[in-house]
Design a protein around this ligand. Sequence first.
Ligand code: H79
Length: 611
Amino acid sequence: MKSAEVVRACVVAGLLSVLAAPPEPARAQASPPAESPAARDARMEWWREARFGMFIHWGLYAIPAGQWGGTRAGGTGEWILTNAKIPVEAYEPLRDRFNPVLFDADAWVRAAKRAGMKYIVITTKHHDGFALFDSAGTDWDIGATPFKRDVLKELAAACEREGVRLGFYYSIMDWHHPDYLPRRGWESRSADGADLDRYVGYMKGQLRELLTNYGQVGVLWFDGEWESTWTSERGKDLDAFVRSLQPSILVNNRVDKGRNDMAGLNRAGEWAGDFGTPEQEVPRTGLPGVDWESCMTMNDTWGYRSDDQNWKSSAELIRTLVDVASKGGNYLLNVGPTADGLIPEASLSRMADIARWMDVHAESIYATSAGPFKKLSWGRCTAKPGVLYLHVFDWPEGGLLRVPGLSNAPAGDATLLGSEAALPVRRVDDDLVIELPATPPDAPAPMPVRVVRLPIAGEPEVTVVLPRADAEGVIDLRPEDADITGSHLRYESKYGGSLGFWTNPEDAASWTFDAQPGQYWVSIEVSCTPEFAGSEFVVELGGTSFTGVVPSTGAWGTFTVVRTESILLEDGGPTTITVRPGGEFRGALMNLRAVRLTWAPGEVHEPFPVR
Ligand code: H79
């Protein structure tokens, strides 16, 4: 789309409607069932304002640190028992070697607080079942190690001193407890006599300890809920149990069975839990009315691995924090301390960089909500009543920052955080243009994101510019701009960006464009493996629909263009095109990389050249 030719289709709306209806799978949480919305808001308030927390994965697995029997085990460090197929009796002796004498709860909590993390969530028991606290119900716990000290007691005291909230991760799946089912397929331990109800009693005993002996717990962060033995009924019961002990606690959605894989938000339905838990990913857009927290690692492991040096840069971590906040979520950033009790230096140095960025920019993160823009070419936006924070990732040409479609008048000086100087702001058509310095001003620390504070009058109002035909009559609709409904379909950055996981025949992708009357040809760029090829798809446009059959392209990463018939649109204006499965469905529809509309004014019957 060339800007000189852009004629704008305007949809002026307030904050919520601009962000569009949430996709189907993202459901507001509904537990506890009797709670009023106001009571829920009050309970969630500290967490929604915090926006940034520290995850800690620490346990016996820090000792092997990713190596077993002299060889490198695959996967993440905390999964070594299963990844290296270690018999429980060969793993248990790690307990006698756990002696992290350099552990210093105050140092951990201060490092988190300095980085701007308002809460900490620590693994009290990971999948290996080992309790990082002194648990009366078992000697598979820290009390039975040479170290003996109750790490959680010390952390709870340090958090109390520093004003940081403490939360507890607790794995439902337990590879060690004899009553937990199912057994790993490769294990020799018999499952005879195992009793999952007894295991649930054991869990409740430990949770009672966790919720009684360590003061107010901010969050109960369940995990390992996906095996078939864990049912929604058990999940709702466990959720109620936790809340009966600490009514103001927050519980994540992994207590129940609603989670939609790693995307982490709930599928349609009534599920227990207060917030969704995307893992190692950030949702593509904001999700109005849905609370969520993306948990992520700084390298490729949660629990410490001595050989993992694949660290993300501080700049990437800061940009991810901003990205998450701009979509209304929380960022739970992981550290995996060593068996000596130290947070790795590479993690600390990144947290120190984040701290220096937060010194200047914290107000653009805490207590903000998602910004009103669906997408900004140069960065992200967070919002507070009466203020927008424009997070500049890519410094604009000549310093002219275009804020697309913002109709509000400025209500005070725009400034760069960290500077007092007022930045000139003017209106150009539907946009506000802010004059930044031509190049980013020097800063005492690396600043991968600069932030403009823009006071505005009233609720943000944004004019959405819909895609429109370019000079050659072409409208390209991108997968990342699709409005998705359903449960599984989602944008993937693989293969140059495409829509994938189209495994539910109810899932659909649509785009709204600014149509001019005339004839349109539709072509879509798709991939599909031979085993799934042959499903039928439907394209709906302007009250007409076509069907087509998905061809095999040999591999998900190999795409081909499929053209459909042309249709005549007699009316112009905002028009929606939808692609969905229809008729024959072979388990996965296709990956969809592009939708191209080719427009010609009037009624044309010639086939169009494909560009
Ligand atoms: O504690 C860290 C990891 O050890 C743990 N969660 C984070 C916070 C984790 N467990 N599993 N995984 C990460 C990846 C495993 C994912 C799968 Fe699945 C389990 C794939 C199939 C079963 C998730 C649940 C996706 C589908 C169902």
